[in-house]
Design a protein. Structure first.
Length: 368
């Protein structure tokens, strides 16, 4: 008999398994995929750590989380500084003074603010009825049309005039020459990839790959005292209230016989006519100098049942549906729901670590 059956071998499940094993608990991890690591799984190709499920940059301002994750790997100094490609021109992201200089030739923050306000006055509306009007109200027409419109429409698969205004609450505008995408105190990527972190966490823990927990739920539940479940919450309850919506992502990965394809780890393609949302060149996450390079074109896609869910569509309709499942989840005495899918939340990695540590504190009496 196992103390804990842990469903999913991503960060949430692996952290709990690691902490439980340290405290003498017997754990079994079951994983639907043919590898551990969930969406942070990295695989070495041509000597390059390839992020198989999209770019993952670890960032946090929580020192407890930063110190915790560093015990499993050495992190480099990588700083996320994506650029945007639009109709043959390159713009710095996030929107900052480098962006505004490129766009309008302005040099001072005062000039940039005046330009943005001038466009908001000219094109803004008092009560925005859709995402397009909301975005123009926030940043003006030029930034919206060049850097927001096409990218957002590709991400959501709908015209910006058909999307509700509340999707964009704010668009951060920086009046400094700073291309660092995140504001967090700590940031980096593990040297040698993320998979090693999960391997170290699960060292000495029994792991079964290619096992769908929900297909074998009855017999697996009989093997354990308690279940830590990080799969989709609606699937657990057999979609009895209906399916929660997600956006999915498709990748086309290619090995190129050249040393440096685009000069940056992440390039966003904000022109709607380009079908992919971005290209990731993986070697730049670790400042690689390998003779070849590996790139991944990333396509946003509408999610269908049976496909890999990536981003929860946290609109009003889906959040109301999730609350019904959350109520049922709270009544389950032997099950703890967690992670991105179990909580139907868009989590960055540091959020998952925080949640997993909180769960370990509450369930196992840990003190971090």
């Amino acid at each position: 008999m196992y103390d804990y059956l842990i469903v999913g071998s991503g960060l949430y499940g692996a952290i709990f398994a690691y902490e439980a094993k340290k405290r003498g608990k017997k754990c079994l991890v079951v994983e639907k995929r043919d590898h551990i690591g969930g969406n942070i799984y990295t695989k070495e190709i041509e000597g390059i750590q390839v992020h198989q499920y999209g770019a993952h940059i670890f960032h946090t301002s929580n020192k407890k989380v930063w110190n915790y994750i560093q015990q499993f790997a050495e992190f480099n100094r990588y700083t996320n500084s994506p650029v945007a490609y639009y109709k043959g021109e390159i713009y710095n992201m996030p929107f900052n003074m480098n962006t505004f200089y490129k766009m309008w030739g302005v040099i001072t923050p005062k000039e940039a603010k005046e330009k943005i306000q001038e466009q908001i006055r000219e094109y803004g509306v008092k009560k925005p009825k859709n995402l397009e009007e909301q975005a123009i109200n926030l940043v003006g027409k030029d930034i919206y049309e060049i850097l927001v419109k096409g990218y957002t429409e590709k991400q959501w698969g709908r015209s910006a005039t058909e999307l509700p205004p509340q999707i964009i609450k704010r668009l951060p505008v920086r009046m400094t020459y700073d291309n660092n995408y995140f504001n967090d105190l700590y940031q980096g990527i593990p040297v040698g990839g993320y998979t090693q972190i999960i391997e170290k966490m699960l060292n000495g823990v029994e792991v079964c790959l290619n096992v769908d927990y929900l297909e074998h739920k009855k017999e697996l539940d009989e093997l354990c005292e308690k279940v830590i479940y990080s799969g989709p919450v609606d699937a657990y309850f057999n979609y009895k209230y209906g399916e929660l919506e997600y956006r999915s992502v498709r990748f086309e990965t290619e090995i190129l016989d050249e040393e440096n394809y685009q000069g940056n780890a992440v390039v966003n393609y904000t022109d709607y006519e380009v079908p992919y949302t971005r290209i990731i060149e993986h070697k730049h996450f670790e400042f690689g100098t390998q003779p070849k390079t590996v790139i991944s074109r990333e396509y946003s896609a509408k999610w269908k049942l049976g496909e890999e869910p990536y981003y929860p569509v946290n609109d009003q309709k889906n959040n109301q549906l999730y609350h019904k499942y959350a109520e049922d989840a709270r009544k389950e005495e032997r099950i703890i729901f967690g992670g991105r899918l179990g909580k139907y939340k868009y989590y960055d990695m540091h959020h998952v670590v925080e949640e997993a540590l909180s769960c370990a504190e509450e369930e196992l009496g840990c003190n971090f």
